[in-house]
Design a protein around this ligand. Structure first.
Ligand SMILES: Nc1ncnc2c1ncn2[C@@H]1O[C@H](COP(=O)(O)OP(=O)(O)OP(=O)(O)O)[C@@H](O)[C@H]1O
Length: 303
């Protein structure tokens, strides 16, 4: 559904038009029928990638195809629904009037238009009285729901959402997560960016992590977190002197709890316990979260 190969994008801004390379050799594919999360810190290049995908921005070099068509070709937009990070709508309209306007743009009218608006509002739990108030009185969360509702009115094959959960309270985030999952069950491919990594972990089939314009990880959440190794937390019946701890094993704040950096360190600690008659009470393994990995990648890029 989305193919990006060796994408480079430079911005030129300011009086001197000094170039800034915002995307550096970005490549990834999004298969049809998947929920694909795009994560990275502020300024990493997420919105730039999304603007390239939606044909709003040109790029220097590389290959970008959406449903087999270049995003510069207007035909590619036939299948796309898009909600920008900060939608700017004409705010003298009510949410419902705005949706009528967008619905007409995708060819809906009459009873079908009203029923499609009803469906979109229901899906986003936005069928409340505020939908008939003017947009200028909306909170960020209300605006976000209307922005996503307009993006799905045309029943797109591909839904592109830039930070769909930002500005939402926990219930709003849950509603948007559930809406994404429902749309995906109905066959929609979803590509979305987010800072909220626990949401991304819970609903994405695959994830790409971008830091400073470069893709640093790509895969399923399991593939990404497993590739970073598993830590083992071991609790013993007796304390072990720090000086006696085998290589790769470190003390925690608790006197009988230790962290083994990998399988080898765990085996060394278990061997040490066995030969010294120390009973092991408990052992858990802990994979790093996407947040741990992203934090590490950001530190590496800053180093
Ligand atoms: N119109 C522009 N002119 C010049 N530089 C820009 C422009 N838009 C973005 N940039 C720069 O390109 C880089 C990537 O920005 P982008 O908005 O794509 O990041 P992002 O990952 O979406 O960030 P955020 O999470 O804060 O929205 C940043 O360094 C940003 O300052």
């Amino acid at each position: 559904m989305i193919e990006i190969e060796h994408l480079h994008k430079t911005y030129r801004s300011g009086f001197t038009m000094k170039p800034k390379l915002a995307l550096k050799d970005v490549s990834f594919n999004v298969e049809a029928g998947k929920v694909y999360g795009f994560i990275g810190p502020n300024g990493a290049g997420k919105s730039t990638t999304i603007k390239v995908l939606t044909g709003l921005l040109n790029f220097d070099s590389g290959k970008v195809l959406v449903n087999g068509i270049s995003p510069r070709d207007v035909k590619s937009r036939q299948y796309i629904g898009y909600s920008p990070e900060q939608p700017y709508f004409y705010d003298y309209l009510s949410g419902r009037e705005l949706l009528r306007f967008y619905g007409k743009l995708v060819g809906l009218k009459g009873a079908e238009l009203e029923s499609r608006i009803g469906w979109a509002l229901e899906l986003l739990h936005a069928n409340k009285d505020w939908i008939d108030r003017r947009l200028r009185s909306y909170s960020k969360g209300m605006m976000q729901r209307v922005g996503i509702a307009q993006a799905i009115l045309g029943k797109p094959k591909l839904l592109i959402l830039d930070e769909p959960m930002s500005g939402l309270d926990p219930m709003g985030r849950r509603d948007v997560r559930e809406a994404i999952q429902q749309l995906n069950r109905d066959g929609v491919t979803i590509f979305y960016s987010s800072h909220l990594l626990s949401d991304v972990e819970s609903i994405s089939h695959r994830v790409a992590m971008i830091v400073d314009g470069k893709i640093v990880r790509e895969g399923t959440v399991d593939e990404i977190t497993e590739s970073c190794g598993v830590e083992y937390h071991v609790r013993t019946r007796q304390a072990i002197l720090e000086a006696d701890l085998p290589r790769g094993v470190s003390a925690t704040g608790h006197p009988q709890e230790y962290i083994c950096a990998d399988d080898v360190a765990r085996d060394r600690l278990l061997g040490f316990c066995l030969s010294n008659g120390i009973a092991v009470e408990k052992m858990d393994h802990k994979r790093p979260s996407l947040e741990d990995i992203l934090t590490e990648e950001i530190a590496r890029a800053d180093a």
